[in-house]
Design a protein around this ligand. Structure first.
Ligand SMILES: NC(=O)c1ccc[n+]([C@@H]2O[C@H](COP(=O)([O-])OP(=O)(O)OC[C@H]3O[C@@H](n4cnc5c(N)ncnc54)[C@H](OP(=O)(O)O)[C@@H]3O)[C@@H](O)[C@H]2O)c1
Length: 331
């Protein structure tokens, strides 16, 4: 099969297609014939040697894909809901930027009826990151107010939709007012330009209370600003570090307000934990996905032969939404 060449252990690689042996579906896995895949910033880091795959997972980049089940691994024939020929989307620990990938069955979602493979490929990372942090880590309840920093990111566009679907009031914060406007039709009740006065503006919009939950997708100095925007006993989940890995924090604010702070990553979690997250997300979201009321935002679709251009586009062109790659067989 053709696949993006893995970076050598401890080294770097540029994104280029090479011929590799087909993966084999192991126990509890399916072999997916990939029709479309999508890019994540983690793929850029991995090719630079800065984000190696978890032990035992494929060293080919690619954290999500959609396609057709080509084979069932040992243990999946009896009693499995999956059949050869099923169209699915897959959350991956790696291996998606290839014509074939082996996927733990618990990390599959049925491709909703009427969805393209490109839409399916763009779903797993944004959906499971949004679900994990809003629900499993953030304990979001209907009627609460959630603040999202970095809301114009691909993940942010889905956090906004999912938080709204969960019954929350959604405050979307980012650095570019024009890009933030795109979030209103997705479910943002109010938009905020990131700045030192974020906390006071959020309080002004919430009867002087602040947000119950903040999903901080960028970190850096926005972390302390998001803390400042929280209501007493508010919760913050740190999910990304694009604005920086370190910052000054007013610790007194955490004491005075009784704030709860956590962080999370999805990729290194054990397969059983990912399967539980996928099942819980699907149980809630299946009807909304089927009605296209939850839909990943896609910025651009590239052909597989031009996957190096897709990597360059993600790195340099500031997409708003997912960068997706389509296999010739998807048409
Ligand atoms: N923890 C996890 O499991 C997990 C999983 C997936 C993603 N992530 C993280 O979540 C974040 C979003 O990922 P993505 O794939 O959705 O990203 P993306 O679509 O590439 O978007 C990047 C976003 O970062 C914003 N940004 C970049 N530099 C910034 C800065 N200095 N200050 C404020 N905002 C800045 C951009 O804002 P503009 O729109 O203004 O350009 C844009 O919204 C990333 O940090 C990623 O690493 C974490």
């Amino acid at each position: 099969m053709r696949a993006v060449a893995p970076a050598p252990p401890g080294g770097e690689a540029s994104p280029r297609l090479v011929e590799l042996p087909d993966p084999i579906a192991g126990p509890g896995e399916v072999l997916l014939a990939v029709r479309a895949t999508a890019l994540n910033r983690a793929d850029l880091l991995q090719l630079r040697g800065r984000y190696p795959p978890p032990a035992g997972e494929s060293d080919v980049p690619g954290l999500e894909a959609a396609g057709v089940i080509a084979a069932l691994g040992p243990g999946l024939v009896e009693g499995s809901p999956w059949r050869v020929g099923d169209a699915v989307a897959a959350l991956l620990a790696g291996g998606g930027h290839a014509e074939k990938v082996a996927v733990p069955a618990g990390q599959l979602l049925p491709l909703p009826r009427g969805w393209s493979f490109e839409e399916g490929a763009a779903l797993p990372e944004v959906a499971l990151t949004a679900w994990t942090n809003l629900v499993a880590e953030g304990n979001l309840a209907a009627g609460e107010t959630v603040l999202v920093t970095g809301a114009t990111s691909s993940v942010g566009t889905f956090v906004v939709q999912l938080a709204r679907a969960l019954g929350a009031r959604v405050l979307a914060a980012g650095r570019d007012p024009e890009r933030l406007e795109r979030l209103r039709p997705l479910g943002a009740d109010a938009i905020f330009r990131l700045g030192p006065d974020l906390g006071s503006r959020v309080r002004a919009a919430t009867d002087d209370r602040g947000a119950d939950l903040a999903i901080d997708l960028v970190g850096g100095e926005q972390f302390d600003r998001a803390l400042d925007a929280l209501a007493p006993h508010g919760r913050l989940v740190l999910v990304g570090l694009m604005a920086g890995r370190s910052t000054e924090v007013d610790l007194g604010r955490i004491l005075r307000q009784g704030l709860h702070i956590t962080g999370s990553t999805l990729r290194p979690r054990p397969r059983a934990e990912k399967a539980a997250l996928v099942a819980a997300f699907h149980a809630f979201a299946a009807p909304l996905l089927a009605e296209r009321k939850l839909l990943p935002v896609i910025d651009r679709i590239f052909d597989f032969a031009a996957i190096a251009d897709a990597y360059g586009f993600l790195e340099h062109e500031r997409p708003l939404g997912k960068v997706v790659v389509r296999m010739p067989s998807a048409r």
